[in-house]
Ligand binder design. Structure first.
Ligand code: FMN
Length: 205
């Protein structure tokens, strides 16, 4: 049986229920499941099919712990750039920020992380679709995760930790695992608000 045959969830269900999963069980992701997910990631569209990407699947417990600490530092560095100095500055209604903050605390406990890197600085645009392929394949296997980014303040240390060449750029740093909650439906603004026909201001009907 091929990877494609194993990813049997309907495309509609995968796309409409693949939301950011930030609360993860510590249970390991089996190697064969992870292989399917990565095989799907590298099938993604990419600039000129030059595949200017490199992926790192982080499994080692000590490396995950160190990456978790660096992610925590990066997350707070990003908040400080926005004037958010601590949890007390995050308004109570900002649930996704609170949930992202919890992820920053728990990142190192994820059973696995994937770093999506571009071979060259500035090459992110050509490889970003791999992240969505990865997440959809993960969804089909019941594995959750979210796109996450780092911050310049930790860049050099993450490069060193994972032996990433200086010339490469870390695009995303994604925690993956089986969800502690449900996948559930994705909520977005209605199509007419964000899509026009023939011109910007002719709402899609
Ligand atoms: C470029 C990018 C960066 C993101 N960075 C983070 C992040 O650092 N931490 C996090 O928890 N979620 C991150 N997310 C996930 C978004 O917050 C999430 O996709 C969005 O809130 C929609 O959530 P939903 O898919 O669950 O509806 C990122 C998403 C994108 C596309």
């Amino acid at each position: 049986m091929t990877t494609a045959d194993r990813l049997t969830m309907s495309l509609g269900e995968a796309m409409f229920t693949q939301r950011a999963i930030r609360r993860l069980k510590p249970d390991p992701i089996p190697d064969d499941v992870m292989r399917d997910i990565m095989e799907a990631a590298i099938r993604a569209p990419n600039g000129g099919n030059t595949q200017q990407w490199h992926f790192i699947v982080v499994k080692d417990a000590d490396t995950r712990k160190q990456l978790g600490e660096l992610y925590h530092e990066a997350w707070w560095a990003k908040r400080k750039d926005q004037g958010i100095m601590g949890p007390e500055d995050i308004p109570p209604g900002k649930n996704s920020q609170r949930s992202a903050m919890r992820l920053a605390n728990e990142f190192g406990d994820a059973p696995l992380m994937v770093l999506i890197c571009a071979l060259n600085k500035g090459g992110a645009g050509g490889i970003i679709p791999s992240a969505q392929n990865l997440l959809l394949a993960a969804r089909a296997h019941g594995v959750g995760g979210t796109i996450a980014t780092l911050h310049a303040v930790v860049e050099e240390r993450v490069h060193k930790l994972l032996n990433i060449p200086e010339t490469a750029e870390i695009v995303y740093c994604m925690p993956l695992g089986y969800p502690r909650g449900e996948f559930g439906s994705v909520t977005r603004k209605p199509l007419e608000e964000v899509c026009g026909i023939d011109r910007w201001d002719n709402p899609y009907k």
